[in-house]
Ligand binder design. Structure first.
Ligand code: NOJ
Length: 772
């Protein structure tokens, strides 16, 4: 019988996984080819095995269940804990309550197994850092590493030891609201950001990424495995249909990088991947993750994603859903309760072996051990004594906010602004304490935030006059499921006359000022989970406001606060300066003021190609060449097919020039490497940062390869007038890819193009050859 099995499917005509699965999986290994180092520890093994032998079935089912603290439960949380019917809680913020529950778990239970408290520490805990897409825009892995290190300290100080991050889903469709949570479109940049965040969260000893997680750090959870970013039409929760080639070469590498960097846990995604729910996808969670990659950490489902497999039309009922997920390798169930409610019967029926349940429990207990919870279940007093949002946290958040800003346009050098005169500050995002934080700031307190207006006031004191007004209001048409998490009432002007007067006031203020800064974009609840959009326009009447502001003839700065590219094509032709500030977090206003007034020089670069409008999506740079390469700019007859700004693009207050690259070798073998060396000169008058970027293209092989792929980058600082020789190392292994012809990951002999420059349109070119 022929079987049309595809990578993430299971053939139900055959009773077991078809043979080609194993073959596929074995060949499909790698990214790169070494299994991930083991973290086996005989003391942990003994402790865990001993516990598993003593645990009752009920206790095992409790251990693999995670309850949302706020969700109603038929049994009280205390009774669940005392009877060891729960292994973890999420969404608890109160340190005293966490401590009380931990005392119950450790002191008043039969086996004294500690709980682990999880939380969405995505870009900060109480001190909020720039959203992850912004951190990727820093093109400096030290930024997310430091931010997550600081966030981990804060979270650990209240008793939270598990972050549901980083999100490493590649996103090439900005309609998808969760683009905000990842590193954008590129697997190479995404892998660097993924690994940096794991290092930051887990704070493991250098050289021992799979080792113990110290008390002031937290367990990371790389998510959402896998392919969530390809949600159909950018609609959140929709299925993803991803070719094997794209899955291996684009969507999986950041997961692999996070796991190599030591991620102690992983979250399975909600949606169907190529027709099979990711949370019941045996091929993905077992064959790839465990067999191929040797991942040894624990796997948690996403919220209700086990139970929901029945709604997908995959599992027959709750019991079937639980069996499929446990057999696939999901160790812990987040918030739904089908594991606890149905697995006892399924074990009796033989639908799932006890050994599989034991392995799930084992993975969870090992993770708790790695966190040191068996030895130190309670927060150390010296950690708890550190105040939240302390000056050190604020300073780190401010520095990160400045390092993530991307200057998109600066005609006539409107920026940096002078610290004197009269400045109009206009816009619905200019004085928002909530929006500046971004959407995953569930423990953030808007009262801590520094708004743009406050940041400007802090910076200028009495040296300048600031004329502030909202101008126009914006609101999300359909409410967000997360709206109740935020505390700031949104200002509303209800009458049309009021709205007209407000608009006119804004224009009047601009007319009476020397320069205007328009803080426009999206509210925090317009991007993130369940925040997809069909359009990329500036919401509400912001475009009209911008056009009226331009008509005043005053020098303008468009200051964007958002987390996806918006349609700013008109603005890019008419507004002299555009600064992308993202959602920069608690210290956002101060960071923005630093950049606007030149105390910090923008050096960030776009982590995605910026489309002109929604019709260009997907417009990511790493697409394959066509039979008519010259048509790249005219593949639509009604507009250019080029993005507004290329991937890797960003300006500075200074300018840089690049010299021709020379290579340490013109020919290397598939296991060799070369260095590309080139000069970079700061040719302007201001000290500043440049991100040097290296792209390659494989000219021929077993498959067509993208016309360019990022293979190296570094953010460097150069003084005005300084020239530096920069070397980027290129191991041949980084040229490897999974071939849809061979079903192997390998480095293929070929001729390669190589470019260096300051964005993905880099022109300085050379070639090299890879031989067997
Ligand atoms: C659902 C989201 O998809 C996931 O990213 C998050 O970590 C969990 N909810 C917990 O809040």
């Amino acid at each position: 019988m022929s079987c049309s099995f595809r990578s993430s499917a299971r053939c139900f005509a055959c009773t077991t996984l078809v043979l080609s699965v194993a073959a596929f999986s074995t060949h499909a290994q790698s990214l790169p080819s070494q299994p991930i180092a083991s973290n086996s520890d005989p003391v942990a093994d003994k402790l865990v095995d001993d516990l598993i032998q003593r645990m009752t079935l009920d206790e095992k089912l409790g251990q693999i269940s995670q309850n949302a603290y706020k969700e109603p439960d038929t049994v009280s949380h205390d009774d669940r804990v005392k009877n060891e019917q729960v292994g973890s809680f999420l969404f608890l913020k109160d340190p005293k309550e966490m401590d009380r529950l931990q005392h119950l778990a450790v002191e008043q239970t039969r086996l004294h197994i500690p709980l682990v408290f999880g939380f969405d520490v995505i870009h900060g805990y109480r001190t909020i850092y720039p959203v992850p897409i912004a951190m990727a825009a820093s093109w400096d892995p030290a930024v997310p590493e430091k931010a997550q290190r600081m966030a981990a300290r804060e979270a650990a100080s209240v008793g939270i030891r598990w972050a549901f991050g980083p999100m490493v889903d590649i996103a090439r469709d900005p309609r998808w609201g969760r683009m905000m949570e990842g590193a954008g479109e590129d697997p190479f940049l995404g892998s660097a950001m993924a690994a940096a965040q794991i290092r930051g969260f887990q704070g493991a000893k250098p050289g021992d990424p799979q080792g113990m997680i110290p008390a002031d750090a937290i367990m990371a959870c790389v998510k959402h495995f896998a392919g969530y970013g390809a949600a159909l039409g950018g609609r959140d929760y929709s299925e993803s249909n991803i070719s094997d080639e794209q899955l291996w070469n684009v969507y999986l590498p950041p997961f692999r990088a996070a796991i190599e960097a030591g991620s102690a846990s992983l979250m399975s995604a909600y949606m169907d991947l190529n027709g099979v729910p990711a949370s019941g996808n045996h091929w993905l969670l077992h064959d790839v993750l465990r067999d191929d990659w040797h991942f040894q950490g624990m796997v948690v489902s996403d919220w209700h994603s086990i139970e929901s497999q029945t709604r997908h039309g995959f599992s027959k009922d709750d019991a079937d859903a639980a069996v499929r997920s446990l057999n696939a390798g999901v160790d812990m169930e987040m918030t739904s309760t089908v594991y606890r409610d149905t697995l006892a019967q399924s074990l009796k029926d033989g639908a799932v072996p006890m050994a599989t349940l034991d392995q799930a429990v084992r993975n969870i207990l090992h993770a708790k051990y790695r966190l040191g919870l068996f030895q130190h279940p309670y927060t150390a007093p010296e950690l708890a004594a550190v105040p939240l949002v302390n000056p050190e946290q604020r300073a780190a958040a401010r520095a990160a906010g400045a390092r993530t800003a991307v200057l998109l346009r600066n005609e006539g050098s409107v920026l940096p602004l002078k610290k004197t005169g009269t400045i109009a500050l206009i816009g619905p995002l200019a004085n928002s304490k909530t929006s500046i934080m971004g959407s995953w700031s569930l423990a953030g307190n808007p009262a801590d935030s520094v708004t743009v207006l406050e940041g400007l006031k802090n910076k200028l004191g009495a040296s300048a006059t600031i004329n502030y007004t909202v101008g126009v209001e914006i609101e999300r048409v359909q409410p967000s499921i997360f709206d109740d998490q935020f505390h700031e009432p949104k200002p509303t002007i209800t009458t049309q006359a009021g709205k007209d007067a407000e608009f006119a006031k804004a224009i009047d203020l601009i007319q009476h000022s020397d320069v205007a800064v328009l803080a426009l974009g999206e509210l925090e609840n317009m991007s993130g989970e369940a925040a997809s959009r069909a359009s990329l326009s500036l919401p509400g009447k912001q475009e009209e406001l911008l056009e009226a502001a331009v008509a005043t003839g005053k020098p303008l700065v468009l200051l964007l606060l958002n987390a996806r590219p918006l349609d700013i094509t008109w603005a890019n032709e008419h507004v002299p300066s555009i600064l992308e500030a993202w959602y920069p977090g608690t210290e956002g206003g101060n960071a923005i003021a630093d950049v606007l007034f030149g105390d910090a020089v923008p050096g960030g670069k776009l982590p995605f190609s910026w489309p002109r409008n929604v019709g260009q999506i997907p417009v990511n740079y790493a697409q394959n060449e066509t039979q008519d390469p010259d048509s790249v700019d005219r593949r639509y007859w009604d507009q250019t097919s080029k993005p507004l700004f290329p991937f890797g693009y960003g300006l500075s207050y200074t300018t840089f020039t690049f010299g021709q690259p020379t290579l340490s070798a013109a020919t290397i073998t598939t296991t060799g490497s070369l260095d590309a060396t080139f000069a970079v000169t700061n040719s302007g008058q201001t000290d500043g940062d440049e991100v040097v970027q290296l792209y390659t293209h494989q000219r021929y092989g077993s498959a067509s390869r993208p016309r360019r792929e990022l293979k190296g980058f570094e953010r460097i600082h150069l003084k005005a007038g300084e020239t530096r020789s920069v070397t980027l190392h290129l191991p041949a292994s980084s040229l490897g890819f999974w071939s849809p012809q061979t079903h192997h990951w390998s480095v293929e002999p070929s001729t390669f193009d190589l470019w260096v420059g300051d964005n993905s349109n880099a022109t300085l070119h050379t070639t090299f050859t890879v031989t067997p």
